[in-house]
Design a protein around this ligand. Structure first.
Ligand code: ZN
Length: 184
């Protein structure tokens, strides 16, 4: 009897899927690193710093930008990784039909209503993004825009607190360093 792949095999499957889907994309930062480094970092933060061992959460972290930034469909995610992973990715995906400023406002408003698992992914995502902003600032972002981004990230994170002390502490430290670096 053929058994379903489990554990490490499922996770690596998700990594391979994300790497393929993001294969032509680069991060916004000056170093132009491959896009897939970002979702891998988000999953690594959850497992390493956050001590999160739940496979569906780690898989959803690896896949969290596939709907927003690639041609991947929710159906495709469900067929490959199951309904729980699909639902989690859907929860952390913005509605791209809305203008950017509306999407940013909705992220603040929706944060507190997310499931705990989705909050974990958001926390790790924002840690990775704020860290990138400091270490590899996007070319052409003036100081004001970077500071506004940090204020916004802090407001989204306000709704995601109470699920993982270690990740929340790291977010605070990364945010503080980002502001100090920008203002020094
Ligand atoms: Zn992300």
């Amino acid at each position: 009897m053929k058994t379903e792949p489990e554990g490490a095999a499922r996770l690596l499957n998700a990594v391979a899927f994300a790497a393929h889907k993001h294969r032509d994309q680069r991060r916004k930062g000056e170093d132009k690193s491959p896009y897939v480094n970002h979702p891998i970092e988000v999953a690594e933060l959850l497992a390493g710093t956050g001590g999160v061992g739940e496979m569906n959460v780690l898989m959803a972290a690896v896949l969290h930008d596939t709907i927003e930034d690639t041609d991947t469909t929710l159906k495709e995610l469900e067929a490959a990784f199951g309904s729980e992973v699909r639902a989690l990715v859907e929860e952390v995906t913005d509605d791209k039909s809305l203008p950017k400023d509306v999407r940013k406002r909705l992220q603040i408003e929706h944060a507190a209503r997310l499931s705990d698992a989705a909050k974990l992914i958001k926390l790790a995502d924002k840690i990775a993004n704020v860290r990138d902003m400091t270490d590899h600032p996007p070319s052409g972002w003036p100081l004001q825009r970077r500071l506004e981004y940090l204020d916004w990230a802090e407001r989204v994170m306000a709704g995601c607190r109470g699920v993982n002390g270690a990740l929340e502490k790291l977010f605070d430290a990364v945010l503080k360093r980002a502001r100090e670096t920008d203002l020094s």
